[in-house]
Write a protein of this length. Structure first.
Length: 267
């Protein structure tokens, strides 16, 4: 074998080793985002919408190495929604971060007592205490607060006025996406609206809260008050009630922060 051939093979070997090392580092870096904390995340939607709104958050978390499940609440009754959420939790292979948007927080406040829930993340959400329901929290809005365009109930279910949906619910979402959300609304049952929490999980488990500062469904000051009462770690984002749709990275970052903080605390 010539010296030239040996030299080429040596160079090739070195380059191959470098490529393997760099490839390993790239994989390790992508997995490291989830490896230092809880790897399971369960996402729970709120009223008037379904789980498809979590697509951006789901994609972001999956890319960061998390295992993500999305609950499809029927939003007929709180008891049913809690039961559906608990079935998803039962399927997890370890501890999970439970995330709720809007009414979804009511669901996770009750379902969060499940032994597999390590922490709670609330996104522009209601934060009821023991014996409270959403209907009680929205009963006396502060003076000057925007009034959600909820139509009169039909057969025990509520919908938002489609013509006002984007302005009230999804002002920072594209017009086409907001129109789809308005036209694909899930009727919200009065029984779910009136369902009272019996044992709020935030009294015994750590929680994080994202306040959406341009929210026209749940006033930001009400969000701040509820998150303070729950003792949550709070971040704020300039967004509508649909901030989980318009700013998936900000939402995913808070979830990752919760996952890592819980893991550190339990070491």
């Amino acid at each position: 074998m010539s010296k030239t051939t040996k030299a080429r093979r040596a160079v090739f070997s070195v380059l191959l080793i470098i490529a393997l090392v760099l490839g390993y580092q790239e994989v390790s870096m992508s997995q490291a985002k989830a490896s230092g904390g809880i790897k399971n995340v369960v996402l729970v939607h709120g009223g008037f919408v379904d789980g498809s709104g979590w697509q951006g958050v789901y994609d972001t978390l999956k890319k960061d190495g998390y295992t993500v499940s999305i609950v499809q609440n029927p939003t007929i009754s709180l008891a049913d929604d809690v039961a559906v959420t608990r079935r998803i939790l039962a399927a997890q292979d370890g501890p999970a971060i439970l995330v709720g948007h809007s009414y979804g927080r009511v669901v996770i406040t009750e379902a969060g007592n499940d032994v597999k829930v390590a922490g709670l993340v609330y996104i522009a959400a209601f934060a009821p205490d023991k014996g409270e329901a959403v209907s009680a929290l929205i009963k006396n809005p502060p003076p000057g607060a925007p009034v959600p365009p909820i139509l009169p109930p039909q057969d025990g279910f509520l919908l938002l006025d489609r013509t006002k949906f984007r302005a009230s619910f999804a002002a920072d979402v594209s017009a086409d996406a907001a129109a789809f959300m308005a036209d694909s609304q899930v009727p919200w049952g009065l029984e779910a609206l009136n369902g009272a929490v019996t044992d709020p999980a935030w009294t015994t488990k750590p929680s994080w809260y994202l306040v959406s500062t341009d929210d026209k469904m749940i006033p930001p000051d009400a969000q701040r008050a509820m998150s303070k009462r729950a003792g949550s770690t709070v971040v704020e984002a300039k967004g509508s009630h649909a901030v989980y749709v318009s700013q998936p990275r900000a939402v995913a970052d808070l979830i990752a922060k919760a996952a890592n903080a819980v893991a550190v605390a339990t070491r």
